[in-house]
Design a protein around this ligand. Structure first.
Ligand SMILES: Cc1cc2nc3c(=O)[nH]c(=O)nc-3n(C[C@H](O)[C@H](O)[C@H](O)COP(=O)(O)OP(=O)(O)OC[C@H]3O[C@@H](n4cnc5c(N)ncnc54)[C@H](O)[C@@H]3O)c2cc1C
Length: 465
């Protein structure tokens, strides 16, 4: 079966991280026919970690990575830099699906994953990894119930939360956020430089003998034994093909309803002086977020710029990937306004970069990796906004499955999991746009001092499953 695949326009730059990590000239595209043990489609974190771990476990494996644009062109080179031991699905949802003891296993595997990424960075000389923790703040009293709930969610399933409740005064000492009413802090999260991590990973894969072809859009997959992946100029026949495409998976017929593309947008300031950072007490590269329902995230880059990210670009009918959504004006303006509200002391700071990217959301919010030897196909996807660490976990699990290794990772409930499909259109469009509008309305109401969200509205229940 040959599948047509939508292409990604090459003219859009992926943003600051890739430019800052000096990717150099593009690698040449695949030309002609190749035979490999494993062909990986997609040169983001999932594809590159899969290739890296395959070569680490069995150095003689012939691995070919096919990337449509440049490595890191997708979400992996554009993200908010949070490398945290959390999945998008919270402990309550995971416990409901898999049982509380499995949630403890997952959390422990994710904690180890963050440290392994740190180890990789230090061994390979990849700069930008700093484990400074995560600060969740309630901005305004209307966000306090959500903060409490985040903490209690762990206790309700019998686990101790990685977050400690800290007072507003203590939190101010970590970060002086306007209208801060309370906070949770966890020491477990880290920040990376996504561009340097992608570049370091690609370099390591090539040093270990893997081949990476850029500008090589896969236009068709032939499943079976052996499977093959075809580009306009060449073809790889392999024992297994691994799809590592996250949101772009929606362009493969047959996979269209497996994932919902969601755009996340970022604004970046100029580098701040020591005095400017001291004025808001920002001393380390801590990850920061509020309890807004529509998601916001902040981070500090290694060169001391503040990154502010959030969602807001509307879902497009038919899960259409549309680069203009990366530039959704109202969302970018909202992010700048948000920065000014959070940090009135930094009112004069300029913004120098803005970009956006697309992440993938599975119907039940649970990321997954599967290998089907009969179809000759492996697939790992569904991280939503929490893929920086999880891609390592699932890329490694994929490599272990392929090489027949049993490990604590291959036993995790994410391995073999298959989410239900998203609803067909127009139902999907109607439901997603409804949830987007309602959550945004609830956030505005809380920001105006209104009642906190009850958690019981249709939109909140749909969003939380
Ligand atoms: C703006 C933004 C902020 C985010 N912030 C965070 C964060 O702070 N922390 C966090 O944990 N997660 C974050 N995420 C999510 C995280 O970045 C992703 O979950 C993760 O990078 C997914 O990696 P991936 O390799 O699976 O997919 P991608 O990085 O999207 O890689 C897929 C690759 O496939 C390529 N491709 C597409 N079609 C084809 C084809 N036909 N043939 C060949 N190649 C193809 C694409 O060019 C792309 O490079 C964020 C995402 C975005 C967009």
């Amino acid at each position: 079966m040959i599948n047509a695949v939508t292409d990604v326009p090459p003219q859009l730059a992926p943003g600051f991280w890739i430019a800052d990590s000096h990717p150099g000239a593009p690698r040449p595209p695949l030309l002609g026919s190749r035979r490999a043990d494993v062909a990986v489609v997609g040169g983001g974190f999932t594809g590159l970690w899969t290739a890296y771990h395959l070569l680490r476990i069995e150095p003689s494996t012939k691995v070919v990575v096919l990337e449509s644009q440049r490595v890191g062109f997708g979400a992996s080179g554009r993200n908010g830099s949070w490398c945290v031991p959390e999945l998008n699905a919270g402990p309550a949802l995971l416990a409901k699906r898999f049982g509380a003891s499995r949630v403890a296993e997952l959390h422990s595997a994710m904690r180890a994953t963050v440290d392994e990424i740190g180890r990789f960075c230090s061994e390979q000389g990849v700069g930008g990894f700093e484990k400074a923790g995560v600060l969740l703040v309630a901005r305004g009293s209307g966000q306090l119930p959500a903060l409490e709930d985040t903490q209690l969610e762990w206790e309700r399933v019998g686990l101790s939360s990685p977050y400690q409740r800290i007072s507003a005064a203590e939190a101010e000492g970590k970060l002086a956020v306007h209208q801060l009413e309370g906070a949770l802090y966890s020491p477990e999260g880290a920040s990376v430089h996504p561009g340097k991590l992608v570049k370091g990973l690609a370099t390591a894969v090539e040093r270990m003998g893997g081949e990476i072809y850029e500008g090589s859009t896969v236009t068709g997959i032939k499943e079976g034994r052996p499977p093959s992946a075809r580009t306009e100029l060449g073809e790889v026949t392999a024992d297994l093909v691994v799809l590592a495409l996250e949101a772009y998976l929606t362009g493969f017929p047959g996979w269209h309803r497996a994932i919902l593309p969601v755009y996340s947008l970022i604004e970046l300031t100029e580098p701040l002086t020591e005095a400017q950072l001291a004025s808001v007490n920002w001393r380390s590269r801590m990850c920061v977020s509020s309890m807004r329902l529509t998601v916001d995230y902040l981070a500090l880059t290694p060169d001391r710029r503040i990154l502010v990210g959030g969602r807001g670009a509307p879902y497009r009918y038919g899960s259409t990937l549309s680069p203009d959504l990366e530039r959704h004006r109202a969302t970018h303006e909202g992010l700048r306004a948000m920065f000014r509200e959070w940090f009135p002391a930094l009112a004069g700071v300029r913004f120098t970069h803005s970009w956006g990217g697309v992440l993938g959301m599975p119907r039940d919010w649970i990321p997954q990796a599967r290998l089907d030897r009969g179809r000759g196909l492996g697939v790992a996807y569904g991280y939503t906004g929490h893929g920086v660490a999880t891609t390592h976990l699932l890329g490694r699990a994929m490599a272990e499955m392929i090489t027949g290794q049993d490990s604590e990772r291959t036993q995790l409930p994410l391995v073999g999991h298959e989410s239900p499909l998203w609803e067909p259109e127009p139902l999907r469009w109607m439901a997603v746009r409804y949830v987007q509008r309602q959550l945004s309305g609830l956030d505005s109401r809380v920001a105006r001092g209104g009642r906190p969200p009850s958690g019981r509205t249709i939109a909140e229940r749909l969003a939380a499953h």
